[in-house]
Each structure stands twice: as structure tokens, then as C-alpha cells.
Design a protein around this ligand. Structure first.
Ligand SMILES: *Cc1c(COP(=O)(O)O)cnc(C)c1O
Length: 203
């Protein structure tokens, strides 16, 4: 379980850590920097937002995993910036399993070609997949999306690509984590469940 900390103050995040949270998920590099100053490296930090190329240099210093790689371009930038600091970054590929327009993530059939290219990058390691799924009113609608992501995960695992270790399937949030776990998730990303309702919603 990771605590999705967007919009939360560093002190709230620290309180969650004191209560036992071991992984913090951040959507924005700048928010993560502020929280890191208070919380430090006693927890793992996962990047779960949309990563822009000009933020990669900072992100690779701060984060222990980047869950939202969805292009070879961003993967190459992560590889390059990690090489500069002697780090190997565990990454997940964000899959747009529901094929929503204007959403980030690659389509299921694009995952294998992307992973094959990424396997050649020495300073990152593909460790699994992440999906958001549609903002559906009914979490049961998400079950098919999670099942589809799980299928993609299994397919990539069976390719046994050198340098690729399929270990993590990050899916499920406050309203959907139980369904996600039933469909094979092993990382759930909980925000409001842990911190309470957010003051404003993500766009
Ligand atoms: C905000 C967010 C979450 C958590 O959402 P909740 O509904 O508050 O649990 C999980 N994953 C990502 C990528 C998010 O942006």
C-alpha cells in the first residue's frame, strides 16, 4: 500500500509515516521536494503523476520508483539522468487499459514493444505495470479494466525478457482497491482513505 499524498501538507504526510505508512506516492516533483525535507528517506517515494521531461533530472534524485513511464522518450531521459548519478531506477509502465482519449498511458498492445526497447536501457529496470482506470461512478466497471491490465502483465511476464522483472501491478485507489486486489493488484494507491477528502480534485 502506498499513501497518495497529493495536496497534503508535509506534516500530514509525516503523521501517516509515523502511523506506519512505508511508501509515499507523489504526483508532483515540487510537492515531493517539500515533503521530503520533512519526512526524508525513512520511507520509499514513488512518482505516480505525469512526468514531464524537464522534471526528470530532479525526479530521479528524489524517487525510489517511477510508476508512470509511458513513452520511450521519457524512459530514455530517465536512463540518461540516472546514468549521471549512478542510479538504476525501478519503473512501471502506465497502461491506458480503458483506451481513454486524452489520458496518459500506453495501450495494452503497445506495452510489449515499449518494454523491449526499455530493456536495453541500462539505468532503469522495468518492474511491472500501473493503471489508473476511468473515473467511473461504479467501481465494478473498473473490474474489466483491472483484469485487462492483469492480462497484459501476465503476457509481458511470459516473454521473460532479460533485464525485465515483472513484480508489481499497481492498481486501485480509495474507491476501487478491493476490486483491484481481487484482480491481482499488489500495489494499491490510497489517498482519501488515509488522509480524508481532498480540498480540491485532480484535473
Ligand atoms: C490521487 C491519486 C490516487 C489516490 O486517489 P484516492 O481516490 O484519493 O485514493 C492514486 N493514484 C494516483 C495516480 C492519484 O493521482
Amino acid at each position: 500500500m502506498l499513501a497518495a499524498a497529493k495536496t497534503r501538507q508535509p506534516q500530514e504526510i509525516l503523521a501517516a509515516v509515523t502511523a506506519g505508512v512505508e511508501i509515499i506516492g507523489e504526483n508532483y516533483v515540487q510537492e515531493a521536494e517539500r515533503a521530503y525535507e520533512v519526512v526524508g528517506n525513512r520511507v520509499k517515494w514513488h512518482f505516480i503523476g505525469h512526468l514531464q521531461k524537464n522534471k526528470v533530472k530532479k525526479a530521479v534524485r528524489l524517487f525510489d520508483m517511477i510508476e508512470t513511464v509511458d513513452s520511450l522518450e521519457i524512459a530514455r531521459e530517465i536512463d540518461k539522468r540516472c546514468a549521471q548519478i549512478g542510479k538504476i531506477m525501478p519503473v512501471l509502465i502506465e497502461v491506458n487499459s480503458a483506451r481513454e482519449k486524452q489520458k496518459s498511458g500506453v495501450f495494452p498492445e503497445e506495452v510489449a514493444p515499449l518494454v523491449r526497447e526499455m530493456a536495453a536501457l541500462p539505468n532503469l529496470r522495468v518492474e511491472g505495470l500501473m493503471t489508473m482506470g476511468p473515473d467511473s461512478a461504479n467501481p465494478e466497471d473498473l473490474r474489466l479494466v483491472f483484469a485487462e491490465t492483469r492480462k497484459t502483465f501476465d503476457r509481458i511476464s511470459q516473454l521473460n525478457l532479460p533485464g525485465v522483472e515483472m513484480r508489481y501491478l499497481s492498481m486501485g485507489m480509495t474507491d476501487s482497491y478491493k476490486i483491484a486486489l481481487e484482480e491481482g493488484s499488489n500495489i494499491v494507491r490510497l489517498g482519501s482513505k488515509i488522509f480524508g477528502e481532498r480540498d480540491y480534485e485532480e484535473d
